[in-house]
Write a protein that binds this ligand. Structure first.
Ligand code: LHQ
Length: 264
């Protein structure tokens, strides 16, 4: 199933596989790809049959951030309002990724630069091919790390590494990204697709409500105190306990058989 030439979309067994598809531009974002990705994620949010999303890139790159050819300064004209681009495209995308109550698996198949790297870091489980690298390319063109990068890098890595990565814009190899806790795993290039799909399939046949609430709680932890968070755990556990999947999980355990979760 293809929704746009710039984004390949394929749905099977509860997994929505999305492939950024501008390989000749290392899958950098133009408006069309932004809109296609946003509407695909909105569909994932609204369609109960979709229980996990797998995001990857076509060709040798994952995503090189914004298409820099879109605003060629050599053409003259007024200076662009990049804040408007962030407000219109990147911030809604990041909010969709983070608020989707279904797991998003990201398979970083090659270089991830600028917003491309930070979109990957916003996903829930990130696998990268050993040959992939992450580049905070922003400082090379006089910009600041966007797509949530200045937030996520500071939180995950702490100031020293976050500052060096963003100020120097040196490539971070996939294995080091894994060693630093920025991603889940670096895997052999030829194993990436299979391993990412296996994780997506596993999560798509999991207890979707409980997984979604888990994602939300882990994210909220960054900005809440323990007391508040204990209350949130109580509320979310109550919600999880009302699901059919909880009853099925316990029944399956007692009957010594694999659970058959339906996502309800
Ligand atoms: C590209 C791009 C690209 C267009 C490779 N655009 N063509 C938000 C708000 C508003 C505005 C600004 O930005 C943002 C957020 C951002 O993401 S800012 C950061 C934007 N991204 C970058 O600065 C990265 C630019 N790309 C690179 O530095 C390199 O291409 C990397 C390091 C990613 C890969 O290097 P190589 O493996 O050597 O590949 P390459 O440079 O030869 O690229 C291959 C082709 O892809 C090439 O086209 P060509 O026609 O010459 O074969 C590039 O021009 C094109 N391409 N990135 N972002």
């Amino acid at each position: 199933m293809t929704s746009s030439q710039t984004l390949l979309s394929f749905q099977e067994a509860g997994v929505l596989k999305l492939t950024l598809n501008r390989p000749e531009k290392l899958n950098s974002f133009n408006e069309e790809m932004h809109l296609a990705l946003r509407s695909a994620l909105e569909r994932a949010r609204d369609d109960d049959a979709i229980r996990a999303v797998l995001l990857t890139g076509a060709g040798r790159g994952f995503c090189a951030g914004q298409d820099l050819g879109d605003r060629d300064p050599r053409k003259g004209g007024p200076k662009p309002d990049l804040g408007a681009t962030i407000e219109t495209f990147y911030n809604p995308l990041l909010r969709l990724i983070r608020s989707l109550e279904k797991p998003i698996i990201c398979a970083v198949n090659g270089v991830a630069a600028g917003a491309g790297a930070n979109i990957a870091f916003a996903c829930d489980i990130v696998l990268a091919a050993q040959s992939a690298k992450f580049i905070q390319a922003f400082s090379k063109i006089g910009l600041i790390p966007d797509a949530g990068g200045s937030w996520s890098l500071a939180r995950i890595l702490g100031e020293p590494r976050a500052k060096a990565l963003t100020l120097l814009a040196e490539p971070l190899p996939a294995q080091m990204a894994a060693d630093w806790g920025l991603i889940w795993r670096a895997v052999a290039d030829d194993a990436l697709e299979t391993e990412a799909l296996a994780i997506a399939n596993k999560l798509a046949s999991g207890p979707t409500k409980g997984l979604g609430l888990t994602k939300r709680l882990i994210q909220e932890a960054a900005t809440s105190d323990l007391d508040t968070h204990l209350d949130r755990e109580r509320d979310c556990q109550r919600e999880a306990g009302f699901t059919d999947d909880y009853a099925e999980g316990v029944t399956a355990f007692l009957e010594k058989r694999p659970a058959n979760f339906t996502g309800r």
